[in-house]
Structures are given as C-alpha cells and as structure tokens.
Ligand binder design. Structure first.
Ligand code: 13P
Length: 257
C-alpha cells in the first residue's frame, strides 16, 4: 500500500451495466460487505439508477460515496440528453469521473472537454476522479509517460492547489481495461511515480505527496494485493470486478485498512 498518510480509495465503475433490480441488490451487498473498511469507497452508477442506489446507501447507513460516470460541463439549458452537476447533486452524488478512456476514445472527448468538466465539477464542490492512461500503440512507441503527462497537465489546467484536495487521479492503461491484462506492479509503480513527479512540478511536493493515485485496468482480487503493495499505488478504479460485491470487497480489503 502507498504511504500510510494517504487514505486508500477504491471506486467501482459500473459502466453501462445493471438494471433497477440488480443495481439495488448490488449496492445492498456492497454496503454490507464494506461496513468494516477504513478505505474511502465509491460506486459510479448509471444515471437512471442513482436515486435507487442513493436510497439504499442512506437506509443502510453506508459510507460508500455515490458517484456518476459523466455529466455536462454546462450548468443548464439547451443540451438535449445531458445531465448537469446540480441534477446529480439532487440525486445524492458527491463524486464524479472525468477523462475515462471510454469517453475519450469511444465517444471522442478531448483534453479540453475533460478539463472543462473537471473544473466545472470542482467548482460545484464535487470530488473528481480524473482518469488518464496510454493506449497500446502509445505504450509500444514508448510514449506512456508523455501521454500521462499531457493528459494530467491538460486535465488539471486552471485547477488551484486548494481544489486539488478534491481530486483523485486514476491511471488506467487503456490496453488493460476489460482485457484481463494488467500492468505489472513494477510498470504501474513506475507510471504512478512519474505521475506524482509531474504533480510536484505543476504544484509542489506537498501536493504531490497528498494525491491519491489509483490503478485501473483488470484489477481483481487475485492481483490487487501485489499492485496495492507498491509505494505509489493508493487504491483502484474497478470495472468488471466491481459488479460482484465479494470481489469488490476483497479488493477493498487488499488496501489493508
Ligand atoms: P476493468 O476493471 O473492467 O478492466 O475496468 C477498469 C476501468 O475502466 C475502471 O474505470
């Protein structure tokens, strides 16, 4: 586990999965499973089930944060199909994802849009998990650190040191997402340490030391322990394995708190 002063964070990104019945059952089981954990945890739920999931979280007295996977950078108005931050707040959301690779590379979000969303969410008082990470061709071309630095600098452009306390970074190598392939603990540690170095250059050493940097990409109960044992890996952003409460719970347990 990363240095002990950083509270571990584990997020479950449900993506476009669950239905009303399974979302309610899953959050009930997750809330029970995580009751004794000292880690900070969150679930990123499809918009249409946010209220149902929020109700279960509140009824169970769970400390799991309710999160959303996306939102509009605009406050209101003519934006057909979009969801605003104030709508999310109405539903009980306190944490959001920005820059997820599926939104960058499938939907086409640019660094500029990721930055606009990150700033809007921080201005709205939300916690932001900013996702970054290289694609396979970029990794093979030796560009992993350059891509991470570009996405980090662009994503956090205009974010103050004070706001940085509400930011978590998730390093998710795109080739590891949903593929069953993970970065080796050493490769992930190397990327995380470089990301922390960029934060020190952008802000200062203190800000870099405080930042939680999560690993994401096929993290499972069987590999979480060795990844979370690395000095600069402070938690995980979990896709597939977050759809099973026992698997998600085992990963949270692997943070050791
Ligand atoms: P998987 O854990 O399914 O690889 O997904 C990771 C991810 O994209 C979390 O945001």
């Amino acid at each position: 586990m990363g240095t002990s002063h950083r509270k571990p964070f584990v997020g479950g990104n449900w993506k476009m999965n669950t239905n009303a019945e399974s979302a309610t059952a899953l959050i009930g089981a997750v809330s029970d499973r995580l009751r004794a954990s000292g880690a900070e945890t969150a679930v990123y739920v499809p918009f249409v089930y946010l209220r149902e999931v929020d109700t279960v979280i509140k009824q169970s007295g769970s400390a799991v944060r309710l999160g959303a996977q996306d939102f509009s950078e605009k406050p209101d108005g003519a934006m057909t199909g979009c969801i605003s931050l104030s709508m999310l707040r109405d539903c009980g959301v306190t944490s959001v994802l920005t820059g997820h690779s599926e939104r960058r590379h499938i939907i086409g979000e640019t660094d500029a849009l990721v930055n606009a969303k990150t700033r809007a969410a921080l201005d709205a008082g939300m916690q932001v998990v900013l996702c970054i990470g290289e694609q396979l061709d970029e990794r093979e071309a030796g560009q992993t650190d350059a891509v991470n630095e570009r996405q980090l600098r662009a994503g956090l452009d205009g974010v103050s040191k004070e706001q940085l306390g509400m930011v978590v970074i998730a390093y998710e190598p795109v080739w590891a997402i949903g593929t069953g392939k993970t970065a080796t603990p050493d490769d992930a540690q190397d990327a995380h340490a470089k990301i922390r170095g960029v934060l020190a250059a952008m802000y200062d050493q203190d800000a870099a030391t405080q930042m939680r940097i999560l690993y994401g990409g096929s993290m499972k109960p069987g590999n979480a322990g060795e990844l979370l044992a690395m000095a600069d890996i402070d938690g995980g952003l979990i896709g597939g394995a977050s759809l099973n409460a026992d698997d998600f719970g085992a990963i949270v347990d692997a943070t050791g708190v």
